[in-house]
Design a protein around this ligand. Structure first.
Ligand code: HEC
Ligand code: HEC
Ligand code: HEC
Ligand code: HEC
Ligand code: HEC
Ligand code: HEC
Ligand code: HEC
Ligand code: HEC
Ligand code: HEC
Ligand code: HEC
Length: 472
């Protein structure tokens, strides 16, 4: 304490107003501490009281981690509308939008010819279209702007495309037509290339995965291990069931021993619990993708694992407190991927779509594949659609982000359905809410027109070109 402050303090202590001032100061300090704590407290501490409104379907799981989006350095009074970091959106979603070949990335609008458009709608800022904590104006996919804004920038489309002339100005983003970001399954060339396909392709099959090729880290598959080669410490009592289960797995077949997962091999101590980080040594890609979807997003920001009792979607009460980690679908020690692909999901999920799965044609195909009467790859489980097998640099691997192709759902058409169905049929089924609700137990009632329209457009263009060539 320097001298000036000390003498001021002494003078103050002797003043008649001291007690009142101290009470006021104490109240202020505790208010500041209350709010300050809200800013710096660990994400697991409840901060619901500071939320201005319900958080979106995409983000509510991590809403307690205010600093994931709000910059705590910018305002002293707690999170506000002006301290949201666009960088944060990009950090979590940038890669995903790049992969989707975003049709409207911020950089597209750097061109000065767009200045006039941007003055009305700043398309370089995520927040222009995705606000938070405003449930009354939030649409699906966190959109907080009515979908007719496409018109603002694309009014000329009715002139350049006669086919679009009579369309409603708010119909651009209707299912099966266009998306703002992700048009991987909707651009003209792709649509035309898949024109005229039958509803059911002759060769209807999903690719096989190449798990060994997708391994990360230093471990490389080795000779198969037998029960008597298990390397758990002699002091550790182990149920015979554990040994039997382990011995039948792909792990034992590839030389993965007890201590690879449990530790206890010299440097580390044996631990009965096995955390996600242990799997991560060898399966980094599966872990990373798990963390960007709704199953693993809480673990990604350091919050405790998601449990069904916190969900907004309907869940089976019996699983209310099940932890969403790797073991939720891969219980030790079988790591049975057939169980994981449908039975595991149905232990938790209880919405109409999930419950309808068992009666669908797809489920019958899956049962046939399991029974051996159907060809390998001909069955359709929950995982076939939601944890799709993706072509990567190292071969086919399982994307554990079940949100990556969920919305907009046309992404799923390209990644999954078109292995077995024509594109037009796939888009039509995905656009039909009845078909989705029955888990594709019903054929689509209406046909999406985009495939036909794209084809007609290319034919017209070709005809014009031919006519020009024929002119003398
Ligand atoms: C997933 C990102 C995200 C998280 C997590 C988040 N917010 Fe926000 N918040 C936003 C966005 C986006 C806005 C809107 C910014 C704008 O209006 O420009 C916002 C706005 C606000 C506002 C201003 C509302 C208004 O009406 O002006 C407050 C207050 C706020 N947030 C508090 C919180 C608190 C407290 C937490 C943690 C308990 C939190 N937020 C967590 C993204 C987030
Ligand atoms: C800590 C990482 C993180 C941050 C920061 C973050 N998000 Fe998200 N966001 C997610 C996850 C995880 C999901 C849920 C999975 C999914 O839908 O991809 C999600 C969902 C969404 C969705 C909805 C998808 C749907 O189908 O409902 C939108 C839109 C979105 N985020 C936009 C934003 C914007 C805009 C910001 C910046 C204000 C932002 N996010 C900040 C991780 C993040
Ligand atoms: C001009 C409006 C607009 C802006 C600006 C915008 N979005 Fe979107 N966003 C949409 C619309 C519309 C959807 C609904 C799906 C679609 O049409 O692609 C969407 C969907 C999403 C989704 C979920 C679906 C998907 O394709 O993954 C994410 C995540 C997302 N936006 C993130 C962002 C981020 C991050 C930014 C900033 C870099 C941003 N958005 C800027 C309009 C916008
Ligand atoms: C802020 C202005 C703006 C808004 C809003 C906007 N766009 Fe665009 N859009 C552009 C620009 C700029 C381009 C690229 C130049 C062009 O092709 O006209 C483009 C391109 C496109 C393309 C062609 C993409 C390609 O690469 O083939 C489609 C399709 C499209 N937009 C659809 C939409 C839809 C649907 C919406 C509403 C969900 C929308 N746009 C909203 C400015 C906008
Ligand atoms: C929601 C259920 C679910 C969760 C949670 C889950 N998995 Fe999976 N996993 C599956 C299913 C289903 C398959 C098999 C999919 C197939 O055969 O196409 C699979 C396959 C795998 C494979 C082999 C497939 C490949 O990519 O070649 C590995 C490795 C794997 N999971 C690791 C993990 C790890 C590590 C975690 C925790 C981060 C995890 N899984 C969490 C359902 C899940
Ligand atoms: C691929 C990783 C992995 C390998 C290899 C592995 N474990 Fe485990 N082990 C786990 C996981 C994960 C759990 C937690 C089980 C759960 O929650 O479903 C566990 C649990 C256990 C438990 C305590 C709970 C129980 O089920 O009895 C024991 C004991 C155990 N393992 C012993 C072994 C022995 C002995 C071996 C070698 C023969 C082995 N483990 C190989 C991952 C592994
Ligand atoms: C030391 C490396 C290593 C660790 C640690 C490890 N795995 Fe594996 N995992 C493998 C190998 C090797 C394979 C078999 C690859 C093949 O098909 O040849 C495999 C296969 C799998 C499969 C596919 C099984 C099948 O029948 O196709 C799943 C699921 C899986 N691991 C999950 C996990 C989970 C969950 C953990 C953490 C509890 C884990 N692994 C830890 C190396 C490891
Ligand atoms: C331990 C319980 C549990 C298991 C097992 C489980 N899930 Fe989930 N799942 C959840 C919870 C909880 C959520 C988040 C729901 C919410 O936000 O309301 C979720 C979210 C999802 C979503 C995203 C929904 C959305 O609207 O964004 C899909 C898709 C999904 N799960 C599919 C599956 C599939 C497929 C499997 C099996 C391979 C599976 N789940 C296994 C509990 C589980
Ligand atoms: C043939 C592909 C397919 C199969 C099989 C499938 N789903 Fe879905 N699932 C979808 C599509 C498409 C959507 C809707 C995406 C959208 O438009 O919002 C969806 C939506 C969901 C949702 C979100 C529901 C909501 O109300 O937001 C969950 C959870 C889910 N599926 C879980 C499952 C489970 C669990 C199974 C197996 C029992 C399963 N799905 C089987 C394709 C499939
Ligand atoms: C592995 C191949 C395969 C995949 C992947 C697949 N399907 Fe199917 N689907 C089939 C087969 C085969 C049938 C016909 C079964 C029968 O008639 O017995 C079918 C039937 C259907 C039906 C008709 C049900 C009826 O009773 O008429 C719809 C709708 C459907 N699929 C939609 C989809 C959608 C949407 C996707 C992607 C999200 C998809 N399917 C993915 C193979 C597949």
């Amino acid at each position: 304490m320097n001298i000036q402050i000390r003498s001021a303090w002494n003078a103050f202590r002797q003043s008649p107003h001291a007690p009142k001032w101290l009470t006021w100061a104490a109240i202020n300090v505790s208010i500041a501490a209350y709010f300050g704590f809200g800013l710096v407290a660990p994400a697991s501490v409840s901060k619901t009281a500071w939320l201005p409104g319900e958080t979106t379907h995409g983000h509510y799981q991590i809403e307690m981690d205010c600093n994931a989006c709000h910059d705590p350095g910018r305002s002293a009074d707690g999170p506000s509308g002006s301290d949201v970091m666009q960088d944060a959106c990009i950090r979590c979603h940038g890669e995903q939008l790049d992969r989707a070949k975003d049709t409207h990335p911020a950089k597209k609008f750097r061109d000065p010819t767009n200045a006039e458009r941007l003055a009305v709608l700043d398309a370089q800022n995520c927040l222009s279209c995705h606000q938070e904590h405003v449930p009354e104006q939030t649409l699906t996919m966190g959109l907080t702007l009515p979908a007719d804004y496409c018109w603002h920038c694309h009014q000329e489309v009715a002139d350049s495309r006669p086919s679009h002339r009579d369309m409603a100005y708010d119909s651009c983003a209707t299912a099966g037509c266009h998306n703002y970001h992700d048009n991987r399954a909707l651009y003209e060339k792709y649509l035309d290339d898949h024109h005229g396909q039958p509803d059911h392709l002759e060769l209807a099959s999903l690719p096989r995965r190449s798990t060994a090729a997708s391994l990360s880290g230093v471990f490389r598959p080795d000779r198969p291990l037998a029960i008597d080669q298990a390397d758990h410490p002699a002091t550790q009592s182990v149920d015979q069931r554990v040994l039997d289960d382990w011995a039948t797995t792909a792990h034992a077949r590839a030389g993965v021993n007890c201590t690879h997962c449990h530790g206890g091999n010299g440097d580390t101590a044996w631990s009965e619990a096995v955390a996600m980080e242990s799997c991560q040594q060898c399966h980094a890609g599966q872990v990373a993708s798990f963390q960007t979807g709704k199953h693993g997003m809480r673990l990604a920001v350091g919050l405790p694992a998601m449990t069904p009792d916190q969900a907004r979607l309907p869940m089976h009460a019996g699983q209310a407190h099940a932890q969403l980690d790797c073991n939720a679908c891969h219980p030790g020690h079988r790591f049975d991927t057939q169980f994981a692909a449908a039975e595991a999901c149905l232990q938790c999920h209880a919405d109409d779509h999930s419950l309808a799965y068992r009666d669908s044609a797809h489920a019958a195909l899956w049962q046939e594949e399991l029974a051996g009467s159907g060809a390998v790859g001909s069955g359709v489980s929950c995982a076939s659609c939601h944890l799709p097998r993706i072509e990567g640099e190292t071969g086919i691997w399982v994307n554990h982000d079940q949100n990556a192709n969920l919305r907009p759902s046309e992404t799923m058409a390209r990644q999954v359905c078109t292995h077995c169905h024509g594109l037009e049929y796939s888009l039509s089924a995905l656009a039909d809410p009845r078909s989705v609700a029955s888990c594709f137990g019903d054929a689509p009632t209406e046909r999406i027109e985009s495939v036909q329209m794209a084809h007609a457009w290319f034919l017209q263009r070709q005809a014009k070109r031919d006519a020009r060539l024929k002119k003398p």
